[in-house]
Write a protein of this length. Structure first.
Length: 418
């Protein structure tokens, strides 16, 4: 069960003509000397200016009587800001003017100070992202640019930066193993080595443009075998999505990186929709407690050189994600097996076949809720109980009445032992 939601953010992130942006830019930088793209002093000065302006705008918002603009706008402009910053750091000066976030015009019903609060969040996000990328290596900056910016905001494939090293970067950060890069041949072996060498690790954080289906499914199965969770810290596309499915708990946190699917190819050409390869992917997902039919349908919605990004609630409905922060949760433990059987084509397997993971879920034996899941469920329930207008609209569009929705969330809280 999941409400119909989209990725948060009221402001449109669009690229328009450079002249217009230069005339009405909201993120005005100091004159930048040659070589400033890697000058920490220049960057730190700009970060301090953005933080100071954010504080000033928030003071104006509060002075006008608005305490905050709500958590749904925490990540406002984060995507375009990241590309703006990276364009400077990677020397893409011709693109920088196209990557300046523009404020929305005032809307009827806005609270006094709302516009200032949103702009304050935007400036603060720029400062935070600049601080993050300033500390990153050139390899990570290039991968972030190619993964998150190319194809967005008018940035074309011609503006991609060549990666001399295509192998995924695997790093250990406490209980988390971070993976950034392509799922190329040898990916599984490298990830397995990292997992085996770090028994205290509890989750795998992913960011990848994809690659080998074979290595991805082997990695996903090993992640499940070791009882690890998965989450996204960057966009996860193509074969990366199959790795993500391996987590016993699969969560997407703010600022909501995207999961992308497309058709499987061989030698650059799409394989047939009735190929056995898709049957294998379907069974792989089913055996991990995910709706395999939905995963294959997601794949077949985009061509080899395209990408389909399901809405967050669609990811929960298919149990691709077990929870999305401030958004939705996957299948209820008591309903998982039944949901999977109803959505799975019956022509491929006997109707009685249910994977071990689904049988366990159907018996309600998932165990304690993952950290943070119970507060997310309670927060969503509170929005419904409080007649939040956005939630009310979603309820009207999806059918159940408020009382019925509250009962469903109460059942979730019981089933997860919250």
């Amino acid at each position: 069960m999941a409400l119909r939601i989209g990725r948060p953010g009221r402001r449109g992130l669009v690229a328009v003509a450079a002249g217009l942006l230069a005339a009405c830019a909201t993120m005005l930088l100091s004159p930048r000397p040659a070589g400033a793209f890697d000058d920490p002093a220049w960057w730190n000065a700009e970060i301090a200016k953005a933080e100071a302006e954010a504080s000033r705008l928030w003071d104006v918002m509060r002075a006008k009587g608005t305490a905050s603009v709500g958590t749904a706008l925490n990540e406002v402009d984060a995507e375009i800001h990241a590309c703006h910053i990276l364009s400077i750091m990677l020397g893409k000066d011709q693109l920088t003017p196209l990557l300046v976030a523009q404020p929305d015009p005032p809307q009827p019903g806005d609270e006094p100070g709302f516009a200032e609060g949103v702009e304050g969040n935007s400036r603060s996000n720029w400062a935070g992202l600049a601080t993050t990328y300033l500390a990153e290596t050139d390899v990570k900056r290039v991968r972030a640019w190619n993964l998150n910016c190319v194809g967005q905001f008018g940035i074309t494939a011609q503006d991609a930066v060549r990666e001399d090293v295509r192998r995924a970067l695997v790093e250990v950060d406490g209980e988390q193993i971070r993976v950034l890069g392509n799922v190329e041949k040898g990916f599984f072996a490298e990830l397995k080595t990292a997992i085996d060498a770090n028994p205290a690790a509890s989750r795998i954080a992913l960011g990848s443009a994809g690659g080998s289906v074979g290595d991805a499914t082997r990695a996903g199965n090993y992640i499940r075998e070791r009882g690890l969770a998965t989450q996204l810290y960057d966009n996860c596309r193509s074969a990366c999505a199959l790795v993500f499915l391996g987590g016993v708990d699969r969560r997407i946190f703010s600022p909501y990186p995207e999961i992308g699917f497309h058709r499987i190819s061989a030698d650059g050409a799409a394989i047939a929709d009735d190929s056995e390869v898709y049957d294998l992917v379907r069974r792989y997902a089913d055996d991990l407690g995910v709706d395999g039919a939905a995963v294959v349908a997601f794949m077949q919605k985009a061509g080899v050189n395209e990408m389909h990004h399901p809405e967050l609630d669609e990811l929960c409905a298919a149990n691709v994600a077990t929870a999305v922060q401030r958004g939705c949760v996957g299948w209820l433990p008591a309903r998982s097996a039944a949901h999977a059987r109803q959505s799975r084509p019956t022509s491929d397997e006997p109707a009685s076949r249910t994977s071990a993971s689904q049988q366990q879920a159907g018996a309600g034996e998932r165990g304690p809720a993952p950290a943070g899941l119970c507060p997310d469920i309670r927060a969503q329930r509170q929005l419904i109980a409080g007649s939040d207008p956005k939630i009310a609209g979603a309820i009207a569009a999806n059918g159940p009445d408020r009382a019925g929705m509250l009962a469903m969330y109460d059942e979730m809280l019981r089933d997860y032992g919250c």
